[in-house]
Design a protein around this ligand. Structure first.
Ligand code: CP
Length: 338
């Protein structure tokens, strides 16, 4: 794909070379994200960061990534502080805000709304999650993390990957985008573990099968995570259910803790989760007793989000090859944290 000036709306836009390009640029962002070097390559540029659903990681890491490239961030959070609450259309909002920004990131509760917004925008728009549809930057950082974790184990290839996805696969947009991304690779075994009512949409299962992958579906976790490289847990997406009571029917159905991991998983199985994990007693899908397990990659995943989102900005705004030219060492105290 041509990155320069493009919207990033769906994983379907990417081919395997594009993914390699994103990962190669993300690798080069490490000294900046790790506070060893400072770049001003986006000095003067403005990100419009518009989040109409709750978010911690996506909103802050997109903003942080833009700041780390030298740009400034303007935010709108929630409908109640936006003129959308007064009846303004997505079309008008996009026309107006794209006059104030060089690039826009948007999260919205309705599937397809970010694409509708992008169609009216005069600047590139990135999808920070649209309803139950897609979360493309999350899938990119997930695959980037999988690649790094496997490299750490001495494996260089994503082909042949064995991954289990656990939880709410019907409404979980991160797993929808991740499945689409895995279709670019070869010979992947995907084990889909969910209650029957929350199964992965059939169209995505079909896409995986058409890519030549092995797809297994189960409603039981323990026996299904015994031969996987990656156990990818997800939250019950209660905001997509008709009522909290309906979500309660499924909350806590799958709980991974250290005892289950030790008993059922291979010793190197990497544990992932897009976060937030629901740590309330009634859910507790990833127990805190996994926090010292070296294969728990959830916080490395969140850190990698900054690298991947820096790469997306650098490519979309066409400065990927200028980042190092506009750089210097940091001159403040930086405690080791990565
Ligand atoms: N993974 C993710 O989308 O997290 P947030 O909802 O905190 O952005």
């Amino acid at each position: 794909m041509k990155f320069s000036g493009s919207h990033i709306l769906s994983i379907s836009q990417f081919d395997r070379n594009d993914i390699e390009r994103v990962f190669e640029v993300a690798d080069r962002m490490v000294p900046y994200a790790h506070r060893q070097r400072v770049t001003k390559v986006l000095d003067g540029a403005i990100l419009g960061n518009m989040f109409f659903e709750p978010s911690t990681r996506t909103r802050v890491s997109f903003g942080c990534a833009f700041n780390l490239l030298g740009g400034e961030v303007r935010e709108t959070t929630g409908f109640e502080t936006s003129a959308i609450a007064k009846g303004e259309s997505l079309y008008d909002t996009a026309r107006v805000l794209s006059g104030y920004s060089d690039v826009i990131v948007m999260r919205h509760p309705v599937s397809g709304s970010v694409a509708e917004f992008a169609a009216a925008s005069r600047v590139p728009v990135m999808n920070g999650g649209d309803g139950a549809n897609e979360h493309p930057s999350q899938a990119l950082l997930d695959l980037y993390t999988i690649r790094k974790e496997l490299q750490h184990q001495g494996r260089s290839d994503l082909d042949g990957l064995r991954i289990a996805m656990i939880g709410d696969l019907k409404y979980g947009r991160t797993v929808h985008s991740l499945c689409k991304l895995l279709c670019l690779y070869k010979n992947v075994t995907v084990t889909l573990i969910s209650p029957d009512e929350l199964k992965m949409p059939e169209a995505i299962v079909e896409q995986l099968r058409e890519a030549g992958h092995t797809v297994q579906e189960s409603d039981v976790m323990e026996g299904s995570i015994s031969k996987v490289d990656i156990a990818y847990s997800t939250r019950i997406q209660e905001e997509r259910f008709a009522s909290p009571a309906e979500a309660d029917l499924y909350r806590g159905r799958y709980r991974l803790n250290q005892a289950i991991y030790t008993r059922y998983c291979e010793p190197n199985t990497v544990i992932m989760h897009p976060l937030p994990r629901d740590s309330r007693t009634e859910a507790n899908e990833l127990d805190n007793d996994l926090n010292d397990n070296p294969n728990l990659a959830i916080f490395r995943q969140a850190d990698n989000g900054v690298l991947v989102r820096m790469a997306l900005f650098a490519l979309t705004l066409d400065v990927a090859d200028q980042v190092d030219k506009a750089a210097r060492d940091v001159n403040w105290y930086t405690e080791r944290r990565f």
